[in-house]
Structure formats: C-alpha cells, structure tokens
Design a protein around this ligand. Sequence first.
Ligand code: ADP
Ligand code: MG
Length: 304
Amino acid sequence: MAATLEFKGTTKHFGTQAALDGLSLSLNPGEILGFLGPNGAGKTTAIHLALGFLRPTAGGGAILGQPFGDTATRSRIGFLPDSPAFFAGSASKAVELAGRLNDMHNPRLRERSRVLLAQLNLPSAGKDARRFSRGMQQRLGIAQALVNDPELLILDEPTSALDPPGVLEVRELLLAARNDGKSIFFSSHQLSEVEQICDRIAFLDRGRLLRHGPLAAFLEESGQIEIVVQSLPLDSEELQPYQQYRSGSSENGTHYVVPTRLQRELIERAWAAGGTLKSVTPQRRALEELFITWTGDRSGEAHA
Ligand SMILES: Nc1ncnc2c1ncn2[C@@H]1O[C@H](COP(=O)(O)OP(=O)(O)O)[C@@H](O)[C@H]1O
Ligand SMILES: [Mg+2]
C-alpha cells in the first residue's frame, strides 16, 4: 500500500540552522497522524516542504504519489495554515473562494459551503471574516480546507486557538473525515487535545524525529491503573505475584497500582481469591509527561 504522504530524509536548513534534519516518516491511507512537538520543532517547515512552499536542502518526499511540489495534486489536498488569513467578506465568501481555487462551481459549491459552515458553527452571511475571533477564523480555515472534499488533509495546529468546545468540534470533524476515508496529517504542540484521535503519533524535537508509532503503544507505555480490592485474604496465593504492585491499604481495601496490561489478570485473580472489587482508576500519565522525559527538561526553551 503506497503511503499518502512520505518524507524521505527531508532536510531544511535556514542559514546554518537545520530546521528539519533528515525526517523520514509516512502517513498511510485512511490514517490520522499527529505530528507533535514543541514550538520551533520544525513542524511547519516539514508541512511547507510537503506542499512545495519550500524546497528541501536535502532529501525529498512524495505526496499522493507525486514528488513534493507537484501542482496537479494540489486540488486533492486540503490545507489549513498555522495562521489563516482572509479577504474582506463573509464566511461563505471565504469558503467559496477556496472552492473556486480548486475548480469547484455553483450550485454544488454553495451547498457544500452551507453544510460545512453549519457543521462548524459559523455564520455564513453578515460579519466580515477578518473580524472573527481567532477561534472562529481557525474553524473557517478548516472549512476552507475541507471544501474540495480532499483525500488528504494537512492541518497545521488546527486546535491552537480554540476553546474546549471548539477543540471537541474539531476532533469530531477529523474523526468524521477519517471515517469518510480521508488521510489526515496534523501538527500540534498541545498533546492532550489530540491524543484521543490519532492512530499514530510522531514526535519532533529540534528538527529531529524522536519517536513515532501507534498511539496505543505510547499510552500503554504510560498507562497505570489503580485497583482497590476488599475482603482479600492477606496470604492469598493468587495474588502473590502482585505483591510488588501493592501501594497500600485503606478502609476501602488493598490498593494496587499496576501497568494497564496487567489489570485484567489482577482483577481475575482478586476475584478468584474471594476479594471484592471496589474501584479501578486509570492513573495514566499524560503523553505530555512522556515527551518531557524524552526531550529532557527544556521547559524554558520549549515555549519560547
Ligand atoms: N523562513 C525561515 N527563516 C529562518 N528560520 C526559520 C524560517 N522558518 C522557520 N525557521 C526556524 O526553523 C525552526 C522550526 O520552525 P517551525 O517549522 O516553524 O517550527 P514549529 O512549526 O514546529 O513551531 C525554528 O527555529 C524557526 O525559527
Ligand atoms: Mg508551526
């Protein structure tokens, strides 16, 4: 299966600085890939290289089977820039302009615009898009990216200006787009907002790909569960192997904190030993914490 988007040793220098250093990464058809990393990591640079706005210093890549910068593929891609800008006029005017740039025509274009704006909770007429709040502008940018029903969506920080309900809407929209068979590549520096919806994540830091893989693997790595069991005979043989996970006891019973993968077995053994399950509470460390571990503590720099 050919990748929808593939970076192959893609490198970009600005002067002596390597903004992107030998990125190799691919997005498979029908997949949501979260391209994560702190500000300045090189995410926007990578996206601009893929779209042909910049030329790589070394390496290259392919998008929808064509080399980066191929103009014929452009109409099959939806792109949301990190700071969308608009001309004077209403939201529907902005969406229809994006559609016409992709060879779409009325009446189909007008109808598509109406549906998208309603989905994204935006007023279609009246207010000038330039006077929208930053969050509304971001949603309008997403409507523009979706107008041509693209196979591939590339979104640069789609949730950066949104309030929690806005983030939720975008999340749902991305899931719906994936269910429609679209492939989605999006960048973010706000990990908690995206971790639920990605199939895979890639983590970039200072131009280099630090880690990448299925989201589930990372969550597994970070996941711990607290399990409280009551009425457990202290010397129960079934639970011997779990002594190392005992974290204490309370009036509720005996507390265990185990890696997610062991929860089921512990619960079954606790039942077998005659115990009563009182509570099961995920103690998941956020991805954010994992990333801090990988990058070392550079908190001062990360949000510069
Ligand atoms: N046009 C440019 N000229 C010089 N340096 C740039 C340019 N664009 C980006 N950079 C630098 O490249 C690095 C990566 O930037 P960017 O790709 O915007 O990161 P991100 O999108 O992850 O925040 C940063 O250090 C940034 O200052
Ligand atoms: Mg950026």
